[in-house]
Design a protein around this ligand. Structure first.
Ligand SMILES: *[C@@H]1O[C@H](CO)[C@@H](O)[C@H](O)[C@H]1NC(C)=O
Ligand SMILES: *[C@@H]1O[C@H](CO)[C@@H](O)[C@H](O)[C@H]1NC(C)=O
Ligand SMILES: *[C@@H]1O[C@H](CO)[C@@H](O)[C@H](O)[C@H]1NC(C)=O
Ligand SMILES: *[C@@H]1O[C@H](CO)[C@@H](O)[C@H](O)[C@H]1NC(C)=O
Ligand SMILES: *[C@@H]1O[C@H](CO)[C@@H](O)[C@H](O)[C@H]1NC(C)=O
Ligand SMILES: *[C@@H]1O[C@H](CO)[C@@H](O)[C@H](O)[C@H]1NC(C)=O
Ligand SMILES: *[C@@H]1O[C@H](CO)[C@@H](O)[C@H](O)[C@H]1NC(C)=O
Ligand SMILES: *[C@@H]1O[C@H](CO)[C@@H](O)[C@H](O)[C@H]1NC(C)=O
Ligand SMILES: *[C@@H]1O[C@H](CO)[C@@H](O)[C@H](O)[C@H]1NC(C)=O
Ligand SMILES: *[C@@H]1O[C@H](CO)[C@@H](O)[C@H](O)[C@H]1NC(C)=O
Ligand SMILES: *[C@@H]1O[C@H](CO)[C@@H](O)[C@H](O)[C@H]1NC(C)=O
Ligand SMILES: CC(=O)N[C@H]1CO[C@H](CO)[C@@H](O)[C@@H]1O
Length: 591
């Protein structure tokens, strides 16, 4: 309703623009994203990658708090597509979330228009294609929500804004990776780490082959830049560092942090961090920007290292010599966890609103729902390799959950997700969490798998109140940070350890809970939480389904075929039209 109002306002606005009587409240911003394969050779091997508007990585979406965002996504891939926007709260509208449990996929050659408001949010996020490992072939781009001018930043206005995507990369495309998993194989070691879609700078001629295109970031001496770093990879935790430069951490997935300097920071799959970096060095050479693998044997994984170049305008030469060292903590597994726990919110800074971020006293709210989600190593269920939470590997209902609710489709899913790990053989299931509207949920993520995992919750930010090694126990609650824990949407869960999060369930809808590690996610390590407001009778706490909602599953009969509008596609790719045309001429001929 609100969105419609805003669209109307803009329409009126456009009509009146002529007379210059337009007000800029809650602007609507439009984007077109065309998903299409291109050939690229980031690691020297030509392969098909998913480009957005011809670019890999895709274009930046840069909007301001409270704006209405209209994104028309065109699917020119040869398979279904959904674009998801992790970290964006999608207030009251899981219809726009872009995951299989809430949206029917956009068929190949179709387009679909997302419409949502970035209500009360600031920060650095990224969008990506959520289906079937597609992110392993690209399709991601930056999503920035800039603060409104009336709300000051808790730091000086930076001289420039730089987006950095880091991520492990395979020279096999996403369909080949899928085939491996479908055949019960592990993905194995990635072939490299990309920085902004490019391979490593040749810092060592025996490790990096000649002729690889690398990323160069150009800066001016003495200036301070806002650097937004995202791990968009498949499954590898990366350590990020810039030679000789401090990384002043200022923001994490929409929350301003208590500012502190890092020489390097571990960034796990799906996570986003913003640093201020001051160009305070003498530019005797360029400097290395490094993203190197963590928690694996680095001498075996040496080639799996991302290296880009930081180039001052007054630089006197190329970067040479060894890359800066990673943290030396082979025998200290608490190093990375302590670093994570040191990331706190700045409770006195304003966020998207002019009140302090710490004004919600989450530490004194009583928990109403508690869940322990345990992950174990993927195993075979009914002949297939599958991954699980609490022994359940998610099997998507054919009809998206909320759409099924709306049209009273006989329930395929069950609201019986177990509160605790259950002692029974793993199986596939359609169980989701029954969330209590305005309840306060505690989720303990217990990682009994062998790699670090990233846990993500759509539609919400949660407080990361604790982490530890071994088994979580009741008395672990004593160690929770109940005052200034960071509020974010993606947290790491260390292998053999646990992470505890708290979230206030005030956003009605159905929201995906998943591991961001693509292989585990593909194998079923996800579920959903369904939050309904029994008192909502007039769409006040949940938006109605949008007019352009796609239907599938039990509701497929309601879906109209999409007309391709432009003349070129009519003759180029739209066979039904062509056959109609032929039929028409055939009839003419007969007559
Ligand atoms: C992916 O790679 C396989 C070869 O492994 C190839 O047959 C297939 O066409 C590729 N698919 C895409 C979408 O690039
Ligand atoms: C597809 O794009 C066109 C504009 O090119 C738009 O009018 C139409 O609403 C879009 N379709 C959907 C389902 O969003
Ligand atoms: C917290 O935010 C306040 C208000 O913007 C700012 O003055 C202060 O420097 C910040 N403190 C830290 C440690 O980041
Ligand atoms: C995003 O927009 C803000 C202000 O509108 C601008 O300062 C910033 O440089 C932009 N960032 C990027 C990466 O385009
Ligand atoms: C390049 O890497 C190899 C393998 O780790 C190492 O033996 C060699 O010393 C490195 N070369 C230079 C110039 O650093
Ligand atoms: C971070 O390091 C910079 C030097 O690179 C220094 O000027 C600044 O005071 C440090 N800030 C904090 C909060 O430690
Ligand atoms: C530049 O700084 C580096 C260390 O950061 C130092 O080793 C070098 O001597 C300096 N060069 C000049 C010309 O000052
Ligand atoms: C890493 O692998 C190398 C080569 O296989 C081996 O020699 C070394 O002991 C391993 N290091 C650790 C810490 O396991
Ligand atoms: C939480 O529960 C305790 C004990 O049941 C109660 O005393 C307290 O008032 C509750 N706190 C809130 C914020 O509801
Ligand atoms: C879901 O939880 C609500 C309370 O939040 C409860 O009233 C309802 O019966 C539950 N539904 C199921 C199927 O358990
Ligand atoms: C609420 O939304 C539903 C569709 O989701 C619609 O049928 C109904 O009329 C709406 N109710 C009101 C009061 O707007
Ligand atoms: C890595 C890890 O946490 N392993 C544990 C998994 O669970 C079993 C018992 O269920 C423990 O014995 C392992 O130590």
């Amino acid at each position: 309703m609100a969105l419609f109002g805003a669209l109307l306002r803009v329409a009126i606005c456009k009509a009146l623009l002529f007379f210059s009587v337009c007000f800029a409240a809650d602007q609507v911003v439009n984007y077109e994203l065309e998903y299409k394969y291109i050939i690229a050779s980031p690691l020297g091997v030509p392969q098909q990658v998913i480009a957005v508007n011809g670019k890999f990585p895709g274009p930046v979406i840069n909007v301001t708090t409270n704006e209405y965002v209209v994104v028309n996504v065109r699917n020119k891939l040869d398979e279904d597509l959904l674009v998801t926007w992790p970290g964006l709260h999608m207030l009251q509208t899981s219809w726009q979330d872009g995951v299989l449990g809430t949206n029917c996929p956009i068929p190949s050659k179709w387009n679909w228009t997302y419409q949502f408001q970035v209500k009360d949010q600031i920060g650095s996020f990224f969008y990506f294609p959520s289906l079937k490992m597609q992110r392993a072939s690209g399709g991601f781009g930056s999503f920035i929500i800039t603060n409104r001018p009336v709300i000051s930043l808790p730091f000086g206005f930076p001289d420039g804004d730089i987006v950095v995507f880091i991520g492990d990369w395979y020279t096999r495309n996403h369909t080949a990776l899928r085939d491996d998993l479908d055949n019960g194989k592990k993905l194995g070691r990635p072939d490299g780490v990309l920085i902004n879609g490019k391979g490593p700078y040749r810092y060592n001629s025996s490790l990096v082959p000649d002729g690889i295109d690398y990323e160069t970031i150009n800066v001016n001496p003495g200036k301070t830049y806002r650097v937004r770093v995202h791990n968009v990879g498949v499954s590898t935790s990366l350590n990020f560092r810039i030679q000789n430069h401090n990384l002043l951490l200022v923001e994490t997935e929409g929350t301003y942090t208590s500012q502190q300097n890092f020489t390097s920071l571990d960034i796990h799959v799906g996570q986003s961090y913003t640093f201020l970096v001051t160009m305070d060095q003498n530019a005797s050479t360029d400097y290395y920007i490094v993203a190197s693998v963590r928690f694996v044997n680095e001498s075996v994984w040496q080639k799996v290292t991302g290296v880009a170049v930081l180039h001052y305008s007054n630089s006197k030469g190329k970067a040479t010599g060894p890359i800066p060292d990673p943290p030396n903590d082979v025998y200290d597994k608490s190093y990375s966890m302590n670093q994570a726990l040191s990331i706190r919110q700045n409770v006195s800074a304003s966020g998207a609103r002019p009140n302090p971020q710490g004004s919600f006293r989450y530490g004194s709210v009583n928990v109403t729902d508690a869940y322990i989600l345990r992950s174990i190593r993927p195993g075979v269920i009914g002949g297939e390799l599958r991954a699980t939470y609490n022994g359940l590997s998610f099997d998507h209902p054919k009809t998206p959950i909320r759409l099924a609710d709306l049209f009273h489709v006989p329930r395929e899913y069950k609201l019986d997700f177990p509160h605790n790990p259950v002692d029974r053989p793993p199986r596939k299931g359609k169980s989701i969490i029954n969330g209590t509207y305005k309840g306060f949920i505690e989720i303990i993520l217990q990682n009994n798998d062998t790699n670090v995992q990233s846990f993500h919750m759509d539609g919400y930010s949660f407080f990361v109140v604790g982490m530890g090694y071994g088994e979580w126990a009741e008395n672990s609650r004593g160690s929770y940070n109940r005052w200034d824990a960071i509020s974010r949407c993606t947290t790491q869960v260390f292998a053999g350890g646990w992470t505890a999060i708290l979230a206030y369930l005030d956003n009605v809808g159905v929201w995906n809970l998943r591991t961001e590690n693509l292989d585990r996610w593909y194998l079923g390590q996800e579920t959903y939480i369904r939050i309904t407001n029994p008192e909502d009778t007039d769409n006040k706490t949940e938006d109605p389904a949008p007019d352009n909602v796609l239907y599938c599953g039990a509701l497929a009969y309601k879906q109209k075929a999409q007309k391709t509008s432009s003349a070129t596609t009519l003759l180029g790719s739209s066979e039904p039209y062509l056959s109609l045309l032929l039929l028409f001429f055939a009839i003419l001929y007969i007559l």
